[in-house]
Structure formats: structure tokens, C-alpha cells
Write a protein that binds this ligand. Structure first.
Ligand SMILES: [Zn+2]
Length: 158
């Protein structure tokens, strides 16, 4: 589960996934869309060739706590099933498989029921790259717009 700066030979894959994620959510982030500045976002590239008009990527985003309808069932806590990694994995038709590479803005959460363990158990040989060191840094970058996010990416992946 490396930070994006350790991408090594896969650095271009990491960059592509991160840029796809930035562009995708820049288009829809905002009040009423369920994707705010505090939403952690993720992307996966599909391995199989897609049909025309079908995106080559799958995306996921965490929901704001107050929008998470399962928060009560999860003991009042943010349901980890609604974290960006799992949402991206579960998004749409993954027939044909996908590269076991994922980008997520924040490090996968720890613990027995956390996303790091979930990713390792669910996606064989998965590599997860993450960009921001903490939520506050991510929120600032989102609020500052797409160029701030590209700056963060370029600083982490020169
Ligand atoms: Zn998580």
C-alpha cells in the first residue's frame, strides 16, 4: 500500500489513475452532489477493452457522514463499506477484470475491518496508491480546485 511517490516502475499507471480521479470528481464535486471536499475518492482502470461510450475507469467516493444511510447500522460510525476503495471496486460491470491497481486519495484505513485489509483480501495482488497524508490536506486541495490537486500530485510524483 505505497504512497504514490513510491510508485516506481508503475509510476505512469499511478499518475494516470490519479489524473482520471481528479478530472472525474472535479466535474461533479459540490453541494448536493454527495461528493464534497471531505469526500475521499478512488479510481480503478479496467483491464478489458470497453465498448464505445463506456468509461475505461471505475470510480468511488466516500459519503459524507450525514449522507451515509447505514451509519446507524454501523454503530453510528461511518460504514467502512462506503469508503472510496470499496465503492470503486463495486462500481459497475467489472467483467473482464481490471489491473490490480487502485488510486485513492487517502491511505486505506487500518484495522481488522479497514480498507487496507479489505483490499488485500478482495483484490489479488492489489497495489493501492494514495496521495494525501491526511484528511485536512485533502480538503484544502479539493477546496482550492483542480490545479491544487495536480500540484499535490506533481509534488508527490515528480
Ligand atoms: Zn476505509
Amino acid at each position: 500500500m505505497p504512497h504514490i511517490s513510491t510508485a516506481g516502475i508503475h509510476r505512469e499507471i499511478a499518475r494516470e489513475l490519479a489524473m482520471a480521479c481528479i478530472y472525474k470528481f472535479a466535474d461533479i464535486r459540490g453541494p448536493g452532489n454527495g461528493v464534497g471536499n471531505g469526500s475521499c475518492c478512488a479510481s480503478i482502470k479496467i483491464l478489458a477493452h470497453s465498448t464505445m461510450g463506456t468509461p475505461d475507469y471505475r470510480f468511488g467516493q466516500s459519503q459524507a457522514h450525514l449522507l451515509d444511510s447505514d451509519a446507524v447500522q454501523a454503530g453510528g460510525l461511518f460504514n467502512p463499506d462506503h469508503h472510496a476503495e470499496r465503492q470503486a471496486h463495486n462500481a459497475g460491470n467489472l467483467a473482464g477484470g481490471y489491473h490490480p491497481y487502485m488510486f485513492v486519495e487517502l491511505a486505506p484505513c487500518a484495522g481488522a475491518n479497514g480498507c487496507a485489509a479489505w483490499c488485500a483480501a478482495t483484490i489479488p495482488a492489489v497495489t493501492v496508491w494514495w496521495l494525501y497524508p491526511n484528511t485536512a490536506t485533502m480538503v484544502i486541495a479539493h477546496a482550492a480546485g483542480i490545479n491544487a490537486q495536480f500540484t499535490a500530485l506533481n509534488l508527490a510524483l515528480p
